[in-house]
Write a protein that binds this ligand. Sequence first.
Ligand code: ATP
Length: 230
Amino acid sequence: MLSVENIHSYYGASHILHGVSLEVNQGEVVALLGRNGAGKTTTLRSIIGLTPPKQGQIHLKGKETTGHKPHAMARVGVSYMPETRGIFPSLTVYENLTLAAGRRPGPWTIARIFEIFPRLEARRTNGGAQLSGGEQQMLAIARTLLLNPDLLLLDEPTEGLAPIIVQDIEERLEAIKREGMTILLVEQNFRFATNLADRVYVLGKGEIQWSGTAGEILADDHTQKTWLGV
Ligand code: ATP
């Protein structure tokens, strides 16, 4: 589905990614882990075209997309949920969903979203700003799904949420995974990420330091301590 080959990305003169390569196969959930500042968000921004790499290549479904703008990436089936969530606080839940729906044909409709996120249906007439952190996160995930992507890029869906809400988000994402969605997930929450992911890449100092299955990293104390501080 996605192939990232040896990308180098910069903010101004700061060289942040030093040759990152990774693959995401159809139907997989892949987690990108690493400490603060490792370059995880920059990797997602490079893929979606917000911080285009200066070197290296990105292919989606076999076609090169290096440097394509975010709207072009959305058209070819990649949607991105930033850490900031990107919901409209002054609009209702239903209005937030309506704005995202119907742009690209596919299985995700507002009715289907309400089956997976009954909480959003219960809150449909509430304003975005009235929602709890967990509900806002669910709304942000729902909005990216309604773009009917082939690949979903999620930046820290658990950030700032209480453990019980993290558990709830994990169950929703499990359901979305069972529908066959391909996901590249950036996370700080090691347990959440390894519960959901099939495979894991560990980023450190702008380079991939380790890759393997979720089971392998759970058994690898050295990698956890060195690169994740778990
Ligand atoms: P976090 O969990 O803290 O977001 P991360 O692994 O996602 O960590 P990035 O956000 O990709 O890390 O940041 C990588 C490096 O780039 C950090 O050193 C950060 O300070 C720097 N950086 C991020 N955004 C900018 C920017 N807009 N301008 C300059 N430097 C930036």
